[in-house]
Design a protein around this ligand. Structure first.
Ligand code: PLP
Length: 354
């Protein structure tokens, strides 16, 4: 049976054939999944908009949770096949991925060495603080070129001392793991929505390629009819071409006969604000709204910007009241501590005009 026929069959059979393909990929159990999905009626009412559900991938259970724990199940399975004792990874100073990697490696009994791009702050906060709490060895690199040099130097030193290092950035599953993970998340969403008696019109998620590639593949594989609306937090690269490239590499890895064209990728670059890593006004408003209306804590760097995108599209009249949106909360809340002054005003902003 080809993939199109399988897609038709999958719609009626809880996507078993897609799950079988994913089950062939080596994996270590790390995350608490499936994550919950719940409706956000106060948010819908405040916006006068469609029904909104939130998929809680911030609740994946290790080191305060987030989307990366899902891909680490596949990335670290590949890592473990080399029998390392140390994982070395180069990421951003306030990386959610770094925090979750340290937590996952701790569970697997691996030492983690982080080489973070940025200057050491006088008083570590947010993700960096948790990196220390979890016991990571932390180094700082002033730029990407120096970070790469340090990764290799630290790995060489580790080897010279009799260690077995693995540089996670060089892991061949690095991008594909995220896409596979988000095919699975999408299947969870579709099954949970079906149980709730609703079908998603659109799925919103913060992504600059990897996670979105998975949702787009799942959309094609299931024929479920929703549109994937990515919102990027960075303008450092062309997200649609990157997303399509990752989707196609993932399709090859899973042995799927599908090709995704970058023209099919819907990713809104209009909510980055000043630049990556800096909160925007719209993101701050979105964080307040989710918190004050639904008790859900987003972050002002990724999920707040994605929520701002969804809210912006609702306010622009894109949806009818009987449409159904799913917002994927990909984690990242430790950043609210890095940006603590943003939350201290006592205004009622964000309660909306219900
Ligand atoms: C909280 C959060 N959301 C979304 C993303 C984007 O993920 P991706 O571009 O891998 O889909 C990240 C990546 O670091 C993140 O930390």
């Amino acid at each position: 049976m080809n993939d199109a026929a399988n897609a038709a069959r999958g719609a009626a059979t809880s996507y078993g054939w897609i799950k079988e393909k994913i089950a062939k990929v080596p994996r270590v159990p790390i995350a608490l999944i499936p994550t919950p999905l719940h409706e956000a009626p106060n948010l819908s009412r405040a916006l006068g908009g469609p029904r909104i559900f939130i998929k809680r991938d911030d609740l994946t259970g290790v080191a305060l949770g987030g989307n990366k724990l899902r891909n680490l199940e596949f990335r670290l399975a590949r890592t473990m096949s080399e029998n390392p004792d140390t994982v070395i990874v180069g990421l951003d100073l306030q990386s959610n991925s770094a925090r979750q990697t340290v937590g996952a490696c701790n569970k697997l009994g691996l030492k983690t060495i982080l080489v973070l791009e940025g200057r050491p702050p006088a008083a570590p906060q947010g993700n960096l603080l948790i990196d220390y709490l979890l016991g990571a060895e932390v180094h700082f690199a002033p730029n990407a070129a120096e970070q790469r040099r340090m990764l290799d130097e630290i790995a060489a030193r580790c080897r010279a001392e009799g260690g077995r290092p693995h540089i996670l950035n060089d892991n061949p599953m690095f991008d594909v793991a995220s896409a596979i993970a988000y095919i699975e998340t999408t299947l969870e969403i579709l099954e949970q929505m079906e149980a709730a008696g609703a079908r998603p019109t659109d799925i919103y998620m913060s992504s600059s390629g990897k996670g979105q590639a998975g949702v787009v593949l799942a959309q094609r594989l299931t024929n479920a009819g929703f549109r994937m609306r990515g919102v990027t937090a960075t303008s450092e690269f062309h997200v649609p071409s990157r997303t399509a490239a990752i989707a196609n590499e993932t399709a090859r890895t899973l042995g799927l006969d599908i090709v995704i064209d970058e023209k099919e990728i819907d990713n809104d670059g209009g909510y980055v604000g000043e630049r990556y890593g800096v909160p925007s006004e719209a993101a701050v408003e979105a964080v307040r709204m989710f918190g004050r209306l639904e008790g859900v804590v987003l972050d002002p760097i990724y999920t707040g910007k994605a929520a701002a995108g969804m809210i912006g599209h609702i306010r622009a009249g894109r949806y009818a009241k009987d449409d159904v949106l799913v917002f994927v909360h990909t984690g990242g809340a430790p950043a609210v501590f890095t940006w603590s002054s943003l939350w201290l005003d006592a205004s009622a902003a964000g309660r909306g005009a219900a």
